[in-house]
Design a protein around this ligand. Structure first.
Ligand code: NDP
Length: 487
């Protein structure tokens, strides 16, 4: 059976490359090639820049309220096509349908809707300076590049394009080569909604295409989501033309469970924050610090619920709540970390092996895995695994656990479970992380800024402040009296 071949999406339509080079995309749950995608060669790259220049000229000349109206149409189409788009995400990523159906498209649409609403509300300032005055204008940056990871492909494309387009910029987006289709669907929807051709372009390929974007002098900003190591390369490359950058990178986030916490709620949070999207979420609380007084209760309930309530299998089955990892290579990486945990002396409470469910026997599944008896210096406790692998640690002193939680170069997220409201705020204020939850974990509404401390990132996505990251301020001084000059 021949599979479809998708071309790059440039200037409002699909455009064939000249080299004819393509790459294959597999369904992680079946190990089968589902389609091919053309790689953005030099011809496509040049066309993308020219298209974005024209798109920017048209889009930035429109009033914010016109842009807002068009973006809201795109939001309506995204919601109408929820199921079709959710299926694309399930087949590309291996994540369960029961997640994609209510999260991926919806949270993407929410963010575009949020920024569409804010666009007309952006104002400059005006101030008198004696008889003279100045005023400021918030102007778009120009062409912005978005580079996405593979775990939430459509959502990431929406989160980057929402504020960029609302502020009047044009975008060239490169999805991960593991999951290229969601961004193409979004590009088609933008055109259908009335976004002018050239405003949102999708280029396809691996690292080389990303490198071209980060180095290209016509691009004013790069918003990147991916690994810390790649983020450093992107930033170094962007420095060559002093591009603005937003970096949404990895994490190794702590969840602190105090002895007055509702233990069942804390177990729910720990499971959500390690097994949702089969553990492939950047904010996951992969280091769970549990107070010694509730430790046994916590791990007993965790083991029972993990062994009884998780259903792995064909991700399109609405009952399935644990999908396949993104690739064979990633499955091996995650299993390698599990071996390392065992070698370094952690105890497997449950899981630890590859899985081959009857309904998806060739998929890249890994059992939901919990390690106990973990120590802070173990590899599984220090490094981001990006799979369903949780490490549980014990503590008995508040100051000590804060110090342990902060002892990492990463700082994406953190959580605290306690019924003591003073302790909740006191502790969370001391945790070095950009996204924090109290008696909750993982919720990320469009209104709330998200981003990392330390090496987990630079800048923010979502929330009011993000719109400013897609504009530049022009100050205009107006003289109202004769110029005083010594010449
Ligand atoms: P990678 O860093 O491997 O890749 C991210 C993107 O960058 C991909 O599109 C990739 O292309 C591209 N890329 C790779 N090398 C370069 C380069 N030198 N220059 C420019 N672009 C390049 O991340 P993953 O896709 O593996 O995603 C997982 C990581 O993303 C995890 O660390 C996770 O924590 C992080 N993440 C962070 C989030 C956040 O908001 N903080 C959210 C989601 C994920 P290709 O894949 O095609 O090779």
């Amino acid at each position: 059976m021949t599979t479809p071949v998708y071309e790059n999406f440039i200037n409002g339509h699909f455009l064939k490359n000249q080299t004819g080079d393509t790459f294959a995309v597999k369904n992680p749950a079946t190990d089968e090639v589902i389609y091919h995608v053309e790689i953005a060669d030099e011809f496509i790259q040049n066309a993308a820049i020219e298209s974005a220049k024209q798109g920017f000229a048209a889009w930035s000349a429109m009033t914010p309220i016109e842009r807002s109206r068009i973006l809201l149409k795109a939001v309506a189409i995204l919601r109408e096509r929820n199921d079709e788009l959710a299926k694309v995400e399930v087949l590309d990523t291996g994540k369960p349908w029961q997640e994609a159906e209510c999260v991926d498209v919806e949270t993407g649409a929410d963010v575009i809707e949020y920024f569409a609403g804010l666009a007309p509300a952006q104002v400059g300032q005006q101030q008198m300076v004696g008889n003279d005055f100045y005023y400021t204008r918030k102007e778009p940056l120009g062409i912005c590049a978005g580079i996405g990871a593979w775990n939430y492909p459509l959502q990431i494309a929406c989160w980057k394009s929402g504020p960029a387009l609302a502020a009047g910029n044009a975008v060239i987006f490169k999805p991960s080569e593991e999951t290229p289709l969601g961004a193409i669907k979004l590009a088609e929807i933008f055109i259908e909604a009335g976004v002018p051709a050239g405003v949102f372009n999708v280029v396809q390929g691996a690292a080389e295409v990303g490198q071209w974007l980060t180095a290209n002098p016509n691009i004013e900003k790069v918003s990147f989501t991916g690994e810390v190591g790649t983020g450093k390369k992107v930033m170094a490359s962007a420095a060559g033309s002093l591009k603005d950058v937003t970096m949404e990178l990895g994490g190794k986030s702590p969840l602190l469970v105090f002895d007055d916490a509702d233990v069942s709620q804390a177990v729910s949070a720990a499971m959500l924050g390690n097994f949702y999207t089969q553990g492939e979420i950047c904010t996951n609380c992969t280091r769970i610090y549990v107070h010694k007084n509730v430790y046994q209760q916590f791990i007993d309930e965790l083991k029972t619920r993990t062994e009884q309530n998780i259903i792995a299998g064909d991700p399109m089955d609405p009952e399935v709540n644990l999908g396949a990892l993104i690739s064979k290579k990633h499955q091996e990486l995650v299993l390698g970390y599990i071996d390392k945990g065992i070698q370094e002396g952690a105890t497997l409470l449950t899981g630890g092996k590859a899985l081959s469910p009857a309904s998806a026997p060739s998929g890249y599944f890994v059992e939901p895995t919990v390690f106990v008896d973990c120590k802070d210096d173990m590899t599984i406790v220090k490094e981001e695994i990006f799979g369903p692998v949780m490490s549980v640690l014990v503590f008995d002193d508040e100051d000590d656990v804060i110090q342990r939680a902060n002892d990492t170069h990463l700082g994406l997220a953190a959580g605290v479970f306690t019924k003591d409201i003073q302790r909740a705020h006191r502790v969370i204020h001391q945790l070095q992380a950009g996204i924090c939850w109290i008696n909750s974990y993982g919720n990320s509404p469009a209104e709330m800024p998200v981003g990392g401390y330390k090496q987990s990132g630079i800048g923010r996505e979502n929330g009011i402040e993000t719109l400013d990251h897609y504009t530049q301020t022009k100050s205009i001084y107006v003289g109202m009296s004769n110029i005083e000059s010594p010449f």
